[in-house]
Design a protein around this ligand. Sequence first.
Ligand code: NAD
Ligand code: MG
Length: 396
Amino acid sequence: MELLTILGATGSIGQSTLAVVRQHPERFTLFALSAHQNVVRMLADCLEFAPRYAVMVDDTAAKTLRHELAQHGCPTQVLSGAKALCEVAAEPEVTTVMAAIVGAAGLLSTLAAVEAGKRVLLANKEALVMSGELFIDKVHCHGAELLPIDSEHNAIFQCLPTTLQQNPGRGCLSDAGVSKILLTGSGGPFRYTPVEQLAAVTPAQAVAHPNWSMGPKISVDSATMMNKGLEYIEARWLFNAAPNQLQVLVHPQSVIHSMVQYSDGSVLAQLGQPDMMTPIAHALAYPARIASGVAPLDFCTLGDLSFMAPDMARYPCLQLAIDACASGQGATTALNAANEAAVAAFLAGKLSFMGIATVNEAVMQQLGSTQVDNLDDIIALDNQARRCAAAEIGKR
Ligand code: NAD
Ligand code: MG
């Protein structure tokens, strides 16, 4: 029996994780669920799954939840504050941690799970983008198991040999005969929108992803393709990939979730419905296979699959991320923080869609060559980049 903590349980990935867990009560028990402040969702999940702990980062939300659970006679204990996230991630009894908080807010709790040597299911890509080498070093130092949830990285993982699967961030792709990782992305909702119309798109249009149902931040990142840029950086760390071993491809149908090209000319791909329950079930049960509840692909009705190179004029954020990855850890940390601030401003109606790239670029010009050597440096730079982004947003 696996004892599971879900960080970010009320979000899109958290809910898909619970949907898989619900199908396998004999395999998984919930130790803790966490959320920022969504009491309604958390209450329903506590009543259904009766975890030992529920963490609400927001104190007021924690008080409300405690009251509601008592009314229902539910024994789940409510904790509050960011420190409690690290505690429920590192508790000795816990076997598996789903890291599904969005953004830099998930860094410390994800690292706490790594440092406690857990099986870590990584959805929170921003944590790895921010901390890169330090994250991978901790995985090895503390004997954690790292399984990618991001559909592309989960697909790549599935297409790699076991020796590389079991050596995250440290294996040698070329020794294993891998010539290239082909990272696919749909191109988001504006892939066919004339570039000159992009300045006027609204948050509602940007979060309406054609293929995937996701939280608001990653949906906007998909529209700018910053998501693919963050995934490029994520792949660099997860698979120890050099720039010439990573290629981004636009694949509008989202049927192939990514591919691995081998030196003998073979290409291995992972295909499936665009539903996160597939990678979640894969990682939860790895190396076994369990039902996810996702419908099988029907090749007779699938239609054509197409591929194209990304147009960097349409997706300047993708180029910024690729450049940041080549520059180093300071650049990727600053870019991630700037982008979180810019996306939040766009969603709040304070910045235009193309303004996201402009703000990110301005922050990179100012902070892109900052050196970071440790976690304190990373957190300080993250804060500095957010202040810098706020100033840039204020100018627009
Ligand atoms: P979401 O916005 O739907 O959910 C985010 C979760 O994080 C919620 O439970 C929320 O309560 C919690 N949270 C937010 N701010 C917090 C804070 N300050 N402190 C503690 N908890 C906080 O996001 P999502 O779409 O589920 O994405 C989660 C992560 O998974 C992101 O890093 C995203 O990039 C990644 N991811 C998501 C998908 C997807 O299909 N949704 C696919 C691949 C990767
Ligand atoms: Mg993805």
